[in-house]
Design a protein around this ligand. Structure first.
Ligand SMILES: Nc1nc2c(ncn2[C@@H]2O[C@H](COP(=O)(O)OP(=O)(O)O)[C@@H](O)[C@H]2O)c(=O)[nH]1
Ligand SMILES: [Mg+2]
Ligand SMILES: [Zn+2]
Length: 335
């Protein structure tokens, strides 16, 4: 059998089993970044000289940053089964039936929002659905705590209490260092923490503060530097000392659902719990008597908007399932 992968890169027993399941070929390395058809594959965690990493072609392989792959020196030949993945529906027309994987083999997915602008509850719900579906542990990270004003703090807290039930919260400030130890704890043991959030919420600044170096270009840098440094354009794995890995991602505007496993049930566990208490097991939560959902909406215990939001997400998923089945059928006929 070939050399075992470097545990410092996040190799786990589960990955070992997945690799053995495909015959333990080659020497697995981890995709640190992707550039238009090229993957940078890392082989050791601490590789300042870059001697143990190389760039190979992806050529038709479904590869995401964080994946463990086998290559033949020129191109990737196999991908070890992902243990987790943050997947959304491709946002561009023509590829609407394709899954777009933002990050693979992540342990913790941080849904990042700036304290100063309270998270849009509907967006956060969507992020949580995708976060739970990823198989990683979702956490909400609030940035720029140094800018907090009391009224904003209340609004933010209210949104989180309504939407992010039982989801760990990390309050951070890159300016005064609040929350840095907490984030460090989340990755210790060579785990991978992916940051997701809209552009400008402070993901790159947070990563720079954690790593203690300007590893990621931030918006400020760009404004003050005319020489072509860019804000984050592609997801990239970054080493956090000997602790673990950080994955910065470009700001993502729209998060369309991909076919979900348990994501909706977990992100809306409070509502599903209510449904268990409806009188009829097939209650549509519409006009049925003794409907626990309607009762909760009427009493204000469940925000009407949250209920509508769940209905919308369930409908969106059902529609996607139908469209996708159609798409596959049409493809079959063509063949
Ligand atoms: N006051 C304050 N500003 C921050 C903090 N984090 C980020 N910023 C500012 O927010 C802007 C966007 O940050 P950036 O890291 O580029 O956001 P990204 O698009 O999510 O990567 C920059 O002007 C940062 O200086 C923070 O903790 N406190
Ligand atoms: Mg950035
Ligand atoms: Zn009901």
């Amino acid at each position: 059998m070939s050399a075992s992968p470097d545990p410092g890169l996040g190799w786990t027993d589960a990955l070992q089993r997945a690799w053995e399941a495909i015959g333990a070929p080659g020497r697995p390395g981890r995709v640190g970044r992707l550039d238009r058809g090229w993957s940078t594959v890392l082989f050791v965690a601490d590789d300042a000289a870059g001697a143990e990493q190389h760039r190979v072609r992806n050529l038709g392989m479904d590869v995401a940053v964080g994946d463990w792959v086998i290559d033949d020196g020129e191109r990737i030949t196999a991908v070890v089964e992902r243990q987790s993945a943050f997947v959304r529906r491709a946002s561009f027309e023509g590829a609407r039936f394709e899954a777009h994987t933002l990050a693979a083999n992540i342990d913790v997915v941080a849904l990042v929002h700036a304290f100063g602008s309270p998270p849009n509850p509907r967006r956060l719900e969507r992020e949580l659905v995708l976060g739970f579906d990823s198989g990683a542990q979702p956490v909400v990270v609030l940035t720029k705590a140094d800018l907090i004003e009391d009224d904003l703090e209340t609004t933010t807290t209210e949104v989180l209490a309504e939407v992010a039930i039982d989801v760990p919260l990390v309050i951070t400030s890159a300016v005064d260092g609040t929350g840095m130890d907490h984030l460090r704890d989340l990755v210790s043991g060579h785990r991978t923490l992916a940051f997701l959030g809209a552009s400008g919420v402070g993901k790159s600044t947070l990563i720079n503060a954690l790593v203690g170096d300007e590893v990621q270009a931030t918006r400020e840098v760009r404004e003050h530097d005319q020489r072509g440094r860019h804000t984050t354009v592609a997801a990239e794995l970054l080493r956090l000392g000997d602790d673990g890995w950080l994955l910065d991602t470009p700001g993502v505007r729209a998060l369309s659902l991909w076919l979900s496993g348990q994501g909706i049930e977990r992100a809306f566990a409070d509502v599903f719990e209510l449904m268990d208490h409806c009188r009829f097991r097939d209650c549509k939560h519409d006009r049925e008597p003794e409907c626990a959902v309607r009762a909760a909406v009427d009493s204000g215990a469940l925000a009407a908007q949250r209920w509508r939001s769940l209905e919308r997400l369930v409908a969106e998923e059902a529609e996607l399932e139908i469209e996708q089945a159609d798409f596959i059928r049409r493809g079959d006929r063509r063949r």
